[in-house]
Design a protein around this ligand. Structure first.
Ligand code: GRF
Length: 192
């Protein structure tokens, strides 16, 4: 069997999607391995979770740096670790066009809406306020436009009467964990 695809995950916070991707990579037939977790937030709770899973972490605050300058640091770390594929998982910072161009077709993201609906923030609130009966999550390939690249997987959940943003977010998050691991597995397999 070919060597597993070398994946890095970028986070800024809690890291529950990151954890689910790391755990899925432990399956005997996984086509990917997680070689780094990187964060632009030095006290992101997800960093500790990654370390507990035995994954090497890298962190540096972006504060006071130009976007392209900070992204160049990330790029250097990824190249040094021979990373082949990047998964954004709650990475709350736009990536510079230069960075994205250097990783064309090699960055995936999970977004908590049924794209192309509700790009950006506050997706659940907007779905509830819009009177939608369904919400969900999408995995897409990252391009220079925010939350805009080709969608490769999507999962739907109902919006129930009385849902709050928290109750809906929880229902969607459960699907995110399953969907992202499946989509990354399939995508990594397609690269081998
Ligand atoms: C998830 O809802 C993800 O879709 C969004 O940010 C949240 C990150 O949560 N992009 P976590 O850090 O993976 O727990």
């Amino acid at each position: 069997m070919a060597e597993p695809v070398r994946v890095a995950i970028l986070i800024s916070g809690r890291g529950s999607n990151m954890l689910s991707l790391v755990r899925a990579s432990r399956a005997a037939d996984s086509p990917y391995q997680v070689v780094r977790v990187l964060s632009n937030v030095e006290d992101a709770p997800g960093l500790r979770l990654a370390a507990e899973e035995g994954v090497a972490t890298w962190t540096r605050s972006h504060r006071g740096m130009k976007r392209a300058e900070f992204d160049a640091l990330i790029d250097a770390e990824l190249r040094a670790a021979q990373v082949e594929l990047l998964a954004l998982a709650g990475y709350m910072r736009l990536l510079s066009p230069e960075f994205i161009a250097g990783w064309e077709g090699r960055i995936l993201n999970i977004h908590p809406s049924l794209l192309p609906l509700y790009k950006g923030l506050d997706t659940h609130q907007r779905a509830i306020e819009g009177g939608d009966t369904e919400a969900g999550c999408s995995v897409h390939v990252v391009t220079a436009e925010l939350d805009d690249g080709p969608v490769i997987a999507q999962a739907r959940v109902p919006i129930l009467p009385g849902d709050t943003t928290d109750s809906l977010a929880e229902r969607v998050l459960e699907e995110e964990h399953r969907l992202y691991a499946e989509a990354l597995t399939e995508y990594a397999r397609s690269l081998r």
